[in-house]
Design a protein around this ligand. Structure first.
Ligand code: 0X9
Ligand code: ZN
Length: 308
């Protein structure tokens, strides 16, 4: 069964079922792997899309979504990207020499909790040492520069609680292992979040820049310009530290420092709804189609430069 991305927000099991159906529909082009399990034992699945030409070990464009449970437009956009790659012949250029690896739901327990219980939950659902506080921020739990008080918190009451140890959340471990799996061919890491209309580059943990920062800025520039041209809106890009706020232990810094990603971008999709994280269903189509213009432009820019 095909999912109509514009018609609703889908929960974790619906998304997993949809990805299973894609394996049946496109057996030569799609692979689905359960990379591990969440704290509450939900299967964390990662989809690989190729053009089916049989060439192995192409460089990879890796996209994740739903590190933060309440940012519902992110998994919807991941599903839209999957459909663009599989169903639209005009996107064949994106798959000629690259494989796409997509993980629509990282924080499966938190995401489920936002559907069943508490719409604006952000963190995981694993208990902390303090009984009344549940959950850790996956985007502060990665083991590169983990634990800096400027960009994370050691207090389980906080929304940016980093956990007791780096990688003490099973969901963080799964994303770490997936990124490390593609370490030798990670051309582009894109992490989908909301909100703010930002393309955030490393570093999050310090005000300085990685060696190839200006290369990353050119990729981000291509994406921002494409979106700005088609929407007459605004999209900003620069280091996460400067543009948003310091973050330590996030997936973006990890991808560059320890998984050899040539480019890593955290994309803060547009706001919607009452609190920014909750766009109406009627806004999904506009947000994901305008965002796709940007992601396609960034991917084409990465591809035209050649994997380095
Ligand atoms: O705080 C976060 O984890 C991200 N923002 S969100 O509103 N989606 O929670 C920002 C991550 C920023 N990354 C860097 N500063 N590198
Ligand atoms: Zn987020």
């Amino acid at each position: 069964h095909r999912i109509d991305v514009f018609a609703a927000f889908y929960n974790h099991s619906e998304i997993n079922a949809y990805m299973e159906s894609l394996v049946q529909l496109y057996p030569k082009r799609v692979q689905l792997k359960t990379f591990g399990w969440s704290y509450e034992q939900r299967a964390l699945k990662i989809l690989t899309i190729s053009n089916g030409d049989g060439r192995r070990n192409k460089p990879v464009i890796f996209i994740d979504a739903t590190i933060h449970a309440r940012e519902w437009i992110a998994p919807s956009f991941a599903l839209y990207i999957i459909q663009q790659l599989l169903e639209q012949a005009e996107n064949a250029d994106l798959l000629l020499n690259y494989d796409w690896v997509i993980m629509p739901v990282v924080n499966a327990d938190g995401y489920e909790f936002t559907h069943s219980d508490s719409r604006f939950w952000r963190k995981t659902r694993k208990p902390t040492p303090i009984e009344e506080h549940i959950g850790t921020d996956i985007n502060r739990n990665f083991g590169y520069k983990w634990g800096d008080d400027a960009g994370s918190s050691g207090d389980p009451a906080e929304e940016i609680y980093r956990g007791e140890q780096p990688f003490d959340q099973p969901e963080t471990q799964v994303l770490r292992d997936a990124l490390l799996h593609y370490k030798d061919r990670l051309a582009f890491y894109l992490s989908l979040h909301s909100y703010g209309n930002y393309l955030l580059l490393p570093w999050g943990h310090t005000s300085s820049f990685p060696d190839n920062y200006f290369y990353m800025m050119e990729i981000a520039d291509a994406g921002a310009m494409a979106i700005i041209q088609s929407t007459n809106g605004i999209y900003s890009y620069g280091s996460g530290y400067h543009l948003m706020y310091p973050t330590s232990g996030d997936s973006n810094d990890f991808a560059v420092a320890l998984a050899n990603a040539t480019v890593a971008i955290t994309m803060e999709l547009p706001a919607g709804g009452f609190l920014g994280f909750d766009p109406w269903v009627t806004h999904i189509e506009g947000i994901v189609t305008e965002s796709w213009v940007g992601v396609r432009a960034m991917a084409l820019e990465v591809i035209s430069r050649g994997y380095q």
